[in-house]
Design a protein around this ligand. Sequence first.
Ligand SMILES: *Cc1c(COP(=O)(O)O)cnc(C)c1O
Length: 406
Amino acid sequence: MSNTIKDVGAEPAQADGYGFDTIAIRTGQLPTDEGSHGEPIFTTSSFVFKDAAQAAARFSGDEPGNIYSRFSNPTVNAFEERLAAMEGGEKAVATASGMAAILSTMMALLESGDEVVSSRSIFGTTNVLFEKYLKKFGVKTTFVGLSDIDQWESAITDKTKLLFLETPSNPLCEIADIKALSTLAKARGVLLVVDNCFCTPALQKPLALGADIVVHSATKYLDGQGRCIGGAVVGSNELMAEVYGFLRSAGPTLSPFNAWVFLKGLETLSLRMKAHSASALRLADWLQGQPGVKQVYYAGLPTHPQHLLAREQQEAFGGIVSFELEGGRKAAWSLIDATQFLSITANLGDAKTTITHPATTTHGRLSDEAKASAGITEGLIRVAVGLEDVNDIKADLAKGLKALSC
Ligand SMILES: *Cc1c(COP(=O)(O)O)cnc(C)c1O
């Protein structure tokens, strides 16, 4: 395992046979003269050169090394190296947000006239990026059902450059067969891009299943405590060189402070994802039997139509549980308002459990038709299960459910 500062364009992080949890804690450490055990934060905009010749060599690329923090920064590089090793990718490029990761991928790899095929149930802002902004630059997106391989196949044209998906989907926990879609992508000569925000590499490794690129909102589970906005793109050296080129020119780079927070987050990622998943499974199981609950959406339940696929493709089922109430919006809002400590916020991936009404918040911008086709009903509630005592989370939701029968 490398213990040196990695420069942009340097050899990829090698896992050297170490286990995932060791990589998550040890890869990308930065040595300092003072022997700091924690990774230092390099709060600097630029780097000095020992002489004019070195400055010229750095700028020409003859000598690897830092120049300016829009290009590279040691703390950011350490985060990139660690995340790349955890995803099993050659290289990671860190970005200012999850959206900057998706934008940078698209700007780097697409041009006017190209087409994207995307699953319909994606993060709302990703949808806006595709439908409003990529469209403006002549890139058309076709939306398909996440788990319907025939729809993906027939949507690919000779202009298609990449397939984009999130799995499990938000908020209904639909699962994509990454391996099958990667076979399709390879057969048709297109790239497969997976937003791995919900599972993280602790639970799912899309690159090992054949995906070409993983994108992340580090804002969610990679941080894990709701502190910072950030993102990353992971893939081959060749593809990441293109993404890095866009980033360096356009500028949505990650700040060194946020990179440091994410480095700390990665150290506990595996433990946290197991705990989120264990509590989510218990809640989903309990919710199924509650009066007023029409349906529970969680791939960990044996009744979930893609339970077996999720078992095969994921280490556990993640922290997001959604459920639909009999009483529509009125019931959903009463339940949410009757809870005591659950946070009413659209964020997820936090130690604090959050509760959301997707139809009027995260998915509120969708037309009624789009909501119906995505299964976002008025009675739907999404819970991003945090790390509090699961009995307390259950008791708080029980208060909400009790309010419905009053
Ligand atoms: C939050 C989120 C994003 C966007 O990330 P930001 O860090 O908020 O820009 C993208 N994809 C998914 C699945 C998300 O949950």
